[in-house]
Ligand binder design. Structure first.
Ligand SMILES: [Fe+2]
Length: 338
């Protein structure tokens, strides 16, 4: 395929994982991917679960291109009308696309800036706990989605609203033996954000909200073996997407100041060390494809009073690995009830 062999696939500057793909024409690219649908998913796997595609701006006028490009990554491009209870986020052209935007009707507020806003050497803070909000998409469902495709329809200015990524495979491979032995059998308890189970909610004494099947809490292994690469990776969230009432880890002292919380802080500090991370500064028309089974990510602040940001996302499901074999979908009860 021309786009693979014609020097269009490059190392990703500023990262020890991932690849950069320079796309000339998005529509032609999607047709080429559809012709040999195994190639782009194989490249994602080789790249450690992160691909940055430049030049995909035609998606803005043809949102179906994003759905078409999602299909090769799994058996099902998820329908958010069934899996999410935030129906205000659905894209008018397709319920398989959600819009992460501060524009109405989404009204999705950006995270606050870290404190202090820069590291001592003047860089964008990346490492937990200076940087908060690290997560993998929709880990509060079982099985969770495998792949996300995240498109910049209208990004914030380049120096704001970046997305940070961390390499879960590298994080597992660099763990000290003693911590690896502890992590190996650990089970995280994941929950939908903004439901009163997050770390800040518990610290501030907010009343937890009722949860349905789409919200969790769901147990997930902290170490997952990737079903395609066979490599192990850390699988972990923090802040809003772990259950800090019952967790964050099963079978350990729960709560925000418990033994499990201290272990999560230790693991997340390791996971988000600069050598394992990449900061994407968005241009209009960029598309980032990431594998939720072996990477985590975090949003950063932008000035929502001054700028609009409108990002479109699909998630793809189908190969979570043998750990989830034979399970029914945790969200189907809620979907059936409507
Ligand atoms: Fe996300």
């Amino acid at each position: 395929m021309d786009w693979v062999h014609d020097r269009k696939v490059l190392p990703l500057p500023g990262a020890n994982f991932g690849r950069l793909i320079d796309v000339d024409d998005a529509e032609t690219f999607v047709v080429a991917v559809e012709r040999t649908p195994d190639v782009l998913p194989a490249l994602l796997c080789e790249a450690g679960g992160l691909l940055v595609l430049k030049g995909m701006g035609a998606i803005s006028g043809q949102p179906e291109l994003l759905v078409r490009l999602s299909h090769p990554f799994g058996t099902e491009v998820e329908d958010y009308a069934l899996t999410s209870n935030r129906l205000n986020l659905l894209h008018p052209a397709s319920t398989r696309i959600i819009r992460i935007s501060n524009r109405p009707p989404m009204n999705f507020a950006p995270p606050e800036p870290p404190d202090p806003p820069r590291t001592v050497d003047g860089h964008l803070p990346v490492r937990f706990p200076h940087r908060r909000g690290w997560h993998t998409d929709q880990s509060f469902r079982r099985p969770p989605p495998d792949i996300s495709l995240f498109y910049a329809h209208e990004p914030a200015p380049r120096d704001q609203g970046q997305t940070l990524y961390a390499d879960g495979t590298g994080a597992w491979e660099r763990l000290d033996d003693d911590l690896a032995a502890i992590a190996e059998d650990l089970v995280g308890i994941h929950v939908s954000p903004f439901k009163g189970h997050g770390e800040d909610d518990v610290r501030e004494g907010r009343e937890p909200q009722a949860l349905d099947e789409r919200d969790g809490p769901q147990p997930q292994p902290v170490v997952r073996r990737h079903p395609v690469s066979g490599r192990k990776a850390l699988y972990l969230c923090e802040r809003e997407q772990m259950d800090w009432i019952h967790g964050p880890f099963a079978g350990m002292e729960p709560g925000v100041d418990g033994e499990a919380a201290r272990l999560l802080y230790r693991l997340m500090r390791h996971f988000t060390q600069p050598a394992l991370t990449y900061a994407h500064h968005w241009d209009q028309g960029d598309l980032v494809i990431y594998d939720n089974r072996c990477t985590i990510h975090s949003a950063t602040w932008f000035d929502a009073a001054k700028y609009n940001r409108d990002m479109w996302r699909t998630t793809v499901w189908g190969n979570p690995g043998p750990f989830y074999d034979g399970e029914s979908r945790s969200w189907e009860g809620a979907a059936a009830r409507g």
